[in-house]
Design a protein around this ligand. Structure first.
Ligand code: NAG
Length: 393
């Protein structure tokens, strides 16, 4: 799987030690001359094939510039999938998170409860690992990850990034992800919010020209079905219904966009008449509403707060609940009750929470989490700095 490095190392050695070089060359040539090649046979019949470098077979993905990664759906709440780090590759499960920019994984350098329950990256077992020494701290709503930066080779699907800066956890607080299935987080937002100035994976893919288009796209399944997918370099046309509606990124930090209108069952509400902002975040499960509209929103849905502070509705009434509709760049995106109600052990809960933060420009801030992104296939375009939504297949 790593002929690129091995070949160049071999070539280097060849330049220094002529004898070894001959051995290497011989080793490569023997299988090729054993039989007459198709090219040779055709040449004998007067047909000239265009030259085709036999070594190309070792680089089947080199010109593909795109990849589809199967991601797991845990309870419709967390979507995570595999990457590998190091040589030979160590496989780890990460959340692909459009709401942060850092890549970090649990490592053998940490010793917390969360570390004990996860797979850990071991730099001592990677020949491509390079230490860096810089420390970092990434803060997520519910806790903090401390660690050190280093460099290593990272595989994301068939895309290979050499010398990707990676965060190795050394400590964490708040028992953040003790019970989570994933071993780290791969952030996909803009480098402006990357802790410690770490160059995000997507930025390396862009600067090293690894993608045929500088985009990625998410298909998140509903009903705990498997088959969720993250694509880099192109969209997967089988996962959405045409067309894709685009809206510009308003602040190149998160994947932040504008919302111009809001309706409940087709009736206009003035909640976003002065404009709202929304962060499109695959790493947030719920839809998150601004604190200023939460009370009216819950009233419109007719939910009541239970003893745990959750908003609950009568499961037999779910079909009669209102449709919530966002207007984004002139296009209406309805969310039916099936999207924003989740049934947990026979109880129907409203999958909407509130946020107290305002956006940078002072407008009310929504977070379009998985509740929204399960309904709409989402495309993130770093060349045109825009987000696209299309009805999910
Ligand atoms: C790890 O973090 C916890 C919580 O913030 C802190 O109490 C503890 O001292 C830290 N441990 C180390 C080794 O830094």
């Amino acid at each position: 799987m790593y002929p690129l490095v091995q070949t160049s190392e071999s070539t280097m050695k060849c330049l220094v030690i002529v004898l070894v070089c001959a051995v290497f060359a011989e080793g490569i040539r023997i299988p090729l001359v054993k039989h007459k090649s198709i090219r040779q046979k055709m040449l004998e019949n007067g047909v000239h094939l265009p030259y085709h470098d036999p070594a190309l077979k070792y680089f089947p993905k080199k010109h593909a510039g795109s990849t589809n990664i199967h991601i797991n759906n845990y309870a419709d709440n967390i979507y995570y999938g595999p990457i590998t780090i190091g040589t030979p590759p160590q496989s780890l499960q990460v959340v692909f998170d459009t709401g942060s920019a850092n890549l970090w994984v649990y490592s053998i350098y940490c010793n917390t409860q969360a570390c004990k329950t996860h797979k850990k990256f071991n730099p001592q077992k990677s020949s491509t690992y390079r230490a860096n020494g810089q420390t970092f701290e990434v803060s997520y709503g519910s806790g903090i990850i401390d660690g050190i930066f280093a460099y290593d080779k990272v595989h994301v699907g068939s895309i290979v990034i050499n010398n990707q800066e990676i965060g190795l956890s050394t400590n964490d607080s708040g028992n953040l992800f003790v019970v989570a299935q994933f071993d780290g987080i791969l952030g996909l937002s803009y480098p402006t919010i990357s802790a410690g100035g770490q160059t995000p994976v997507m930025d390396n893919m862009i600067s090293k020209k690894l993608l045929q288009a500088n985009i990625f796209a998410f298909y998140l399944t509903r009903g705990e079905k498997q088959g969720s997918e993250l694509s880099f370099g192109e969209v997967d046309k089988t996962k959405y219904k045409h067309p894709i509606h685009w809206t510009p990124v308003t602040d190149e930090t998160y994947w932040q966009i504008g919302i111009q209108g809001f309706q409940v069952n087709g009736h206009k509400r003035n909640w976003c008449s002065q404009g709202c902002q929304a962060i499109v975040d695959t790493g947030t499960s719920y839809l998150t509403a601004p604190q200023s509209v939460m009370r009216s929103l819950i009233q419109s849905i007719g939910a009541s707060q239970n003893q745990y502070g959750q908003f609950e509705v009568d499961c037999s009434q779910v079909k009669k609940l209102p449709t919530l509709t966002f207007t984004i760049s002139g296009v209406k995106f309805p969310l039916p009750p099936s999207a924003y109600i989740e049934k947990i052990q026979g109880v129907c809960l409203v999958a909407i929470s509130q946020t107290y933060l305002l956006s940078q420009n002072g407008q009310p801030l929504w977070i379009l989490g998985d509740v929204f992104l399960k309904e709409y296939y989402s495309v993130y375009d770093r060349t045109k700095n825009r987000v696209g939504f299309a009805t999910a297949a």
